[in-house]
Design a protein around this ligand. Structure first.
Ligand code: NAP
Length: 257
């Protein structure tokens, strides 16, 4: 349907596992040059790179994106390797643990917000000059896609108030950045997954999983592979060049906002 991702330079944060890994695989299959990222060591990530199709143009970058300095050096290293950045996918994130309001302390607060907010704000901040240049040089839009969540819309599960709140902030940061950067031809869209079968849910027993499945119209968790086309669509100028400031919910009908 579209082939404009060939040769595109794409940084996908949190792409060693789960949703980010499947998005990165689909983008690489479409011919993009992809910077893979996670916090694990380069040695451990080698097994991840081996999961890509033969000939895929992928390279691994390690950074703990809870630190602003690490976000800066991640963007700079990826841009240096790729020769710029055309598309940024802010996917690194996670629950960071569960705590009811009365158990939240400063360390937990920082942990959840650094992982889900500092990472998105700082990686995007340092990527903006590259994205601006990409749009100037190509005459097409460049694209930022962040992974939000169904929790941003409905508040999150038990003990996940900070997580749900941080994802709501991700959704809203994009609305603001549309106002700031559309003049630079940079688009901002969010993919909001529902309940997707990844390590994110490894703390749940079968009974809990069944109960959650019962709240989903399709009656089951989604897979990371079912999320990937949403990222491909929003990365492509040909497919989504007039789409910005939107939240694309991929949730099997768990919520219909
Ligand atoms: P996952 O399988 O646990 O993957 C998380 C990814 O983020 C991994 O690549 C991990 O890399 C990376 N990461 C985590 N902490 C990091 C850190 N401090 N620095 C750098 N990288 C870090 O989980 P997932 O379900 O695919 O989650 C991906 C995104 O989707 C997250 O933003 C999550 O909040 C969101 N989400 C998930 C669901 C769901 O149901 N699964 C629903 C809504 C939203 P390393 O392992 O190498 O650190």
């Amino acid at each position: 349907m579209f082939d404009d991702l060939k040769g595109k330079k794409i940084l996908v944060t949190g792409s060693t596992a789960g949703i980010g890994l499947e998005a990165a695989k689909s983008l690489a299959s479409a011919g993009a040059r992809v910077a893979i990222h996670g916090s694990r060591s380069a040695d451990t990530a080698q097994a991840v790179l081996e999961q890509f199709e033969a000939g895929a143009d992928v390279a691994y970058f390690q950074a703990d994106v809870r630190s602003s300095d690490a976000c800066k050096s991640l963007v700079e290293s990826a841009a240096e390797h790729l020769g710029g950045i055309d598309v940024l996918i802010n996917n690194a994130g996670g629950l960071g643990g569960r705590n009811g309001l009365e158990s939240i302390d400063d360390a937990f607060f920082d942990q959840v917000l650094d992982l889900n907010i500092r990472s998105v704000v700082m990686v995007t901040k340092y990527a903006i000059p590259y994205l601006r240049r990409s749009a100037e040089q190509s005459g097409e839009t460049s694209s930022v896609i962040s992974t939000g969540s169904i929790a941003a819309r409905e508040g999150g599960g038990p003990g996940a108030s900070l997580y749900g709140g941080s994802k709501a902030m991700v959704h809203n940061l994009h609305r603001n950045w549309v106002k700031e950067f559309t003049k630079d031809n940079i688009r901002f869209n969010t993919v909001a997954p529902g309940t997707i079968d990844t390590a994110f849910h490894e703390d749940k027993d079968q009974g809990t999983r069944d109960k959650i499945s019962g709240t989903i119209a399709m009656g089951r968790f989604g897979s990371s592979a079912e999320l990937a086309p949403a990222y491909v669509f929003l990365a492509s100028h040909t497919a989504s060049g007039y789409v910005t400031g939107q939240v694309l919910d991929v949730n099997g009908g768990q919520m219909c906002p």
